[in-house]
Design a binder for this molecule. Structure first.
Ligand code: GDP
Ligand code: MG
Length: 457
């Protein structure tokens, strides 16, 4: 996500931090690089020029010298970027035993239907009883799409494939839906914000009275998001924006800053097509991440979710007792995958974001392939082998049998056993207690030191 901008910003940061004197030449080269990167990310020219001027002015300030100047400039750059990204975090507030209705609106293909399922999944994981309601009665395949997404994520979904009147669908399910704490409503889009679309949104608004009306915008449109957000805001009234496809365009900087400019709060950003590819938008952590300071808070939350699960607790207990089997190992790995693809998790860890650039892409991609092979291998084992996989190492004939049965090589089986043994060894004396609560402050500091970054937590 915004990889080019991120690496240019990190360069800028390092240049300032590493300069002995911040002379005119240094600052000019820093400003030029920054300008190029921001403009390429489609950030408004005026904003870029303002930021450049502020940096030049700070550099020329005679009152601040040496180290202090460097720190002052780094802080200035951070604060100014934060300013154009939206300053404060805005959240959706849900309550237990009460119903919150979120209605998604937007143009064709902006990502409403996908986002509806993502939000349902996001809040279900956080303990809210959620349902999806499909009110896109215009696109013929829309109800099926929502239904399929819901099925995959195991979400309750209410659609009517025949009914062509959105309000009638709402009336039909209204009572049943009262049982849910969160209702995410998918609506129909148009090519443009025309009077028909405005009329329909207004009608739905009046009858359904959603708590949040959220405009879904695809990041690809860059700065044009400004016009779109402003027009929707005026015509229908919106509570905030969700920006999708942040992963698939270099223009995402334009979409983000444009929303901040119109005062439309960005509530979530979506960074891929998979159900977990959504995150609350927090300008502070977003900018920190871009600048390579890492987003520990968001990592910690994800680690907490994954390690707090029954599977992880079970695995930890068995590790402590010494009864940890290959099946436990596999289940544990699978639940760690909930953290998201390895490369995305890495982006969240300070310093590792940078390291990621150096790791060949295929290495990160092999993780899922490997998991598949391991699953086949485990399926081809006897109970005894699953419980004491160490016996395989001494008996190559068993190893060959398993590889053959699973359609993989013996070296695949070996790598599985090796990983398993490593985890078992590591967990022998029991995992440190604080692992189940994510990282401890101390561990974080250690991590930070290791990666040579100062961190605010
Ligand atoms: P709608 O017409 O507004 O309901 O849009 P859809 O939800 O059907 O999404 C349109 C297309 O964008 C689909 O192919 C989605 O898979 C894709 N999409 C949605 N969000 C993202 C995202 O964050 N990243 C990427 N790469 N694709 C996305
Ligand atoms: Mg749709």
């Amino acid at each position: 996500m915004l990889d080019k901008l991120a690496s240019a910003l990190r360069n800028t940061f390092d240049k300032i931090a590493g300069a002995i004197f911040i002379d005119k030449k240094t600052i000019e080269s820093v400003v030029r690089e920054l300008q190029r990167a921001l403009l390429e990310a489609d950030v408004n020219v005026q904003l870029v020029m303002q930021l450049s001027e502020k940096l030049r002015k700070a550099a020329a300030d005679e009152k601040i010298k040496g180290v202090e100047k460097r720190e002052h400039m780094i802080k200035l750059l951070h604060d100014e970027l934060l300013n154009i990204a939206g300053k404060e975090k805005q959240e959706i507030n849900l309550a237990k035993k009460k119903q919150t209705k979120i209605m998604l609106i937007g143009l064709y293909g902006s990502g409403k239907t996908t986002t509806a399922a993502k939000l349902g999944n996001y809040y279900t994981k956080r303990g809210f009883k959620s349902a999806l309601l499909g009110l896109d009665v215009h696109r013929p395949a829309a109800p099926e799409q929502l239904e399929q997404l819901a099925e995959k994520a195991n979400l309750s979904c209410f659609i009517d494939k025949q009914e062509k009147n959105a309000l009638k669908i709402w009336e039909k399910y209204r009572k049943e839906l009262q049982d849910f704490e969160l209702l995410v409503i998918d609506t129909a889009g148009r090519h443009d914000l025309d009077s028909e679309l405005v009329g329909e949104i207004k009608k739905l608004n009046k009858e359904i009275k959603p708590d949040y009306v959220i405009l879904v915008i695809a990041a690809d449109i860059g700065q044009a998001a400004k016009k779109q957000a402003a027009e929707f805001k005026k015509a229908c009234g919106i509570s905030g924006v969700i920006i999708t496809r942040m992963d698939s365009t270099a223009k995402a900087g334009g979409a983000l800053t444009a929303c901040a400019e119109t005062g439309a709060n960005v509530l979530f950003i979506s960074t891929g097509e998979k159900i977990n590819d959504i995150e609350p938008f927090n300008p502070e952590t977003f900018i920190s991440r871009l600048l390579g300071m890492g987003d520990l808070q968001s990592l910690i939350e994800k680690v907490k979710l994954a390690t707090g699960s029954e599977i992880q607790k079970n695995a930890e207990k068995r590790l402590k007792e010494g009864t940890f089997t290959l099946v436990d190992f596999y289940e544990q790995l699978k639940s760690m995958q909930n953290l998201g693809p390895l490369d995305k998790v890495m982006e969240l860890i300070p310093g590792l974001g940078k390291a990621k650039e150096k790791i060949p892409e295929n290495l990160l991609g092999t993780q899922e392939e490997k998991m598949k092979k391991w699953k086949y291998a485990i399926d081809s084992m006897t109970i005894h082998e699953k419980e004491s996989p160490e016996i395989l190492e001494k008996q190559t004939s068993r190893m060959q049998r398993i590889a053959k049965g699973a359609g993989i090589t013996t070296s695949d089986v070996r790598s599985l056993i090796k990983q398993y043994k490593m985890i078992k060894e590591f967990g022998k004396g029991g995992m440190p207690d604080d692992l189940s609560q994510g990282f401890s402050q101390k561990q974080i500091q250690k991590l930070a030191k290791k990666f040579g970054r100062k961190m605010r937590i």
